[in-house]
Ligand binder design. Structure first.
Ligand code: BV8
Length: 256
């Protein structure tokens, strides 16, 4: 198991290696950053996802086969997101602070479809797998806010078609959003931080390779080593709400 890094030493060494230029940072988050906010991760539940198999609820084929089940699956998860016990946690807030206090660029890319980064104070988050609070029309592509339950009875507010609305989620077999922007940011980053992801799902799991090729330092912050742990130059293992604020505080203090 990769050792926990000495945060201060890592930050000082990294900053010294970037003489002159204020380093850019790309952060990738996964379900693990939202776990302490009360949202279930994907693989912690023995491969089942809120009681469903992925292929039954998170593929375009599933939506064609049983749109009622898929609408129901996302309606349950959206309701869960707005539960009284669900809120952003110190990891989300620490990343928002870093965005506000870092002199270089801080790009947050999330695999998560929740809005906890935004509730924690981040703006300009790249939701590469879409957002549960949005839907779009499969007929005219009109995108709308979706806070209430969706169903096959919904009518598109733009083209008027009934039953053509679907969750604005990137399902398995579909191309994630903003890959061109993400790849450009990874090609220019000095530090890539992966937080709360098992490294199972591509292309997100491949970002560490792109950052490595760009000459960036790469840090994994996770409960336990992910599938690609050995690719990272550094690892911090523990809960996101503890480790992320610890690291971002060291970063900000080192440049103050
Ligand atoms: C695409 C939206 C191509 C849905 C999601 C074989 C090899 C390589 C790739 C493939 C392959 N077979 C198929 C593929 C492609 C496939 C893929 O990667 N499959 C995997 C399963 C093998 N990928 C795709 O289909 C992608 N598209 O490839 O398109 C293409 C090309 C051209 C044209 C068209 C298409 C699309 C993938 C997107 C799927 N959608 N989400 C929804 O959410 O309902 S993915 C889903 O998994 C979520 O987004 C989730 O975030 C993501 C990844 O999971 P994690 O976030 O990592 O969550 P997980 O539970 O796994 O891990 C949590 C981690 O947190 C754990 O490590 C745990 O230890 C840690 N943790 C827990 N608690 C804490 C913590 N850490 C810190 N603190 C804590 N408290």
């Amino acid at each position: 198991m990769r050792e926990n890094i000495d945060t201060q030493h890592f930050v000082t060494q990294w900053l010294e290696s970037r003489t002159g230029k204020v380093p850019n940072i790309v952060v990738l988050t996964g379900a693990g950053i939202s776990a302490e906010s009360g949202l279930q991760t994907f693989r912690g539940a023995g491969g089942l996802w809120c009681g469903h198999r992925v292929e039954d609820v998170a593929t375009p084929q599933a939506f064609i086969r049983d749109p009622v089940l898929v609408h129901q699956f996302y309606n349950e998860r959206r309701k869960g997101l707005f539960g009284d016990d669900v809120a952003s946690n110190p990891a989300h807030k620490a990343l928002a602070d870093l965005q506000q206090n870092w002199l270089g660029e801080v790009t947050i890319v999330t695999q998560n479809i929740d809005d906890l980064h935004e509730r924690g104070g981040s703006d300009d988050v790249i939701h590469m797998h879409g957002e549960i609070c949005k839907s779009f029309c499969t007929h005219c592509r009109e995108k709308v806010e979706q806070k209430e339950d969706s169903s096959i009875e919904d009518i598109c507010s733009s083209c008027g078609k009934k039953g053509s609305m679907r969750p604005d989620i990137v399902w398995f077999g579909e191309m994630p959003y903003d890959m061109d922007i993400i790849e450009m940011k990874l090609a220019q980053t000095d530090l890539f931080i992966s937080i709360g992801t098992s490294g199972n799902v591509y292309p997100a799991a491949g970002f560490v390779f792109m950052a490595t090729n760009a000459g960036a330092k790469t840090l994994e912050i996770n409960l336990e080593p992910s599938m690609n742990a050995q690719i990272f130059t550094h690892g911090m293992y523990g809960t996101a709400s503890t480790e992320v604020p610890r690291f971002t505080k060291a970063l900000i203090e080192a440049v103050d």
